[in-house]
Ligand binder design. Structure first.
Ligand SMILES: *Cc1c(COP(=O)(O)O)cnc(C)c1O
Length: 224
């Protein structure tokens, strides 16, 4: 069961921020996804390759699928033909494999670099030095032509401390801005700041988020 009242509320809230809602549907059924789809939602986020591939087959073709979980290089092939945005790129090795599979499918793949900010939620992501390094290699290596880096994805620590969360989101936004100034000045596509989940999305929006990823508040608690 989808929380329709919350969906309507968040769509209204997002208007003034000009931000996009990603409905995070991991562990939720195809019929739950369809329920939200019929309310108008088109962007959905998934964390597991097998689960995503299965759901994609059963659901409407105009859904824009976002990959937000840890992605193993050997699984890129399975999602490359249809994925809209891979938000969780956390290594150069993965970036190179995505480029290879994008080339094989004759497309340009949109990706975000996942920034690691001392979060308890995940041990994955690039730190300040690594993210800078990847951006610089991306520009130097003419071989990564089938990748379009559109911005940064990040998470805040799972805590009730609002000041800490604000600080962490502000830091993610600063990373985006400094990459923009350093490497992507001319690239109008480099503008995505994906941050904010069920418990902290309002703080994220105030700190500059352009894309929030909401699961539990839309679909209910996950049991698995
Ligand atoms: C599960 C997940 C979300 C959604 O979290 P909720 O607390 O259910 O809103 C967002 N981003 C990522 C990367 C996730 O893994």
């Amino acid at each position: 069961m989808v929380n329709e009242a919350f969906y309507n509320q968040i769509i209204a809230e997002l208007k003034s921020y000009n931000a996009t809602l990603i409905a995070v549907s991991k562990t939720k059924s195809a019929s739950d996804i369809l329920e939200l789809y019929h309310l108008g939602q088109r962007d959905f986020g998934e964390n597991y390759v097998q689960e995503l591939v299965e759901k994609c087959k059963q659901l409407p073709e105009d859904i824009r699928w976002h990959f937000i979980g840890h992605l193993q290089s050997n699984k890129v092939k399975q999602i490359a033909p249809f994925i809209h945005l891979i938000q969780s790129v956390d290594s150069l090795k993965l970036l190179k494999e995505i480029n290879k599979q994008a080339l094989a499918n004759n497309l340009i793949m949109n990706i975000l670099l996942q920034y690691y900010s001392a979060s308890e939620e995940t041990k994955f992501g690039l730190d300040d030095n690594e993210i800078e390094q990847v951006a610089s290699i991306y520009f130097k290596e003419s071989t990564l032509k089938n990748i379009r880096i559109c911005g940064v994805m990040g998470m805040a620590t799972n805590t009730d401390n609002k000041e800490q969360i604000t600080k962490e989101f502000t830091n993610i936004f600063t990373v985006l801005s400094s990459l923009k100034d350093g490497y992507f000045k001319e690239a109008d596509y480099f503008n995505v700041c994906s941050m904010g989940m069920s418990d902290d999305y309002q703080i994220a929006l105030k700190a500059g988020s352009t894309m929030i990823r909401i699961g539990r508040k839309l679909f209910g608690e996950r049991t698995s």
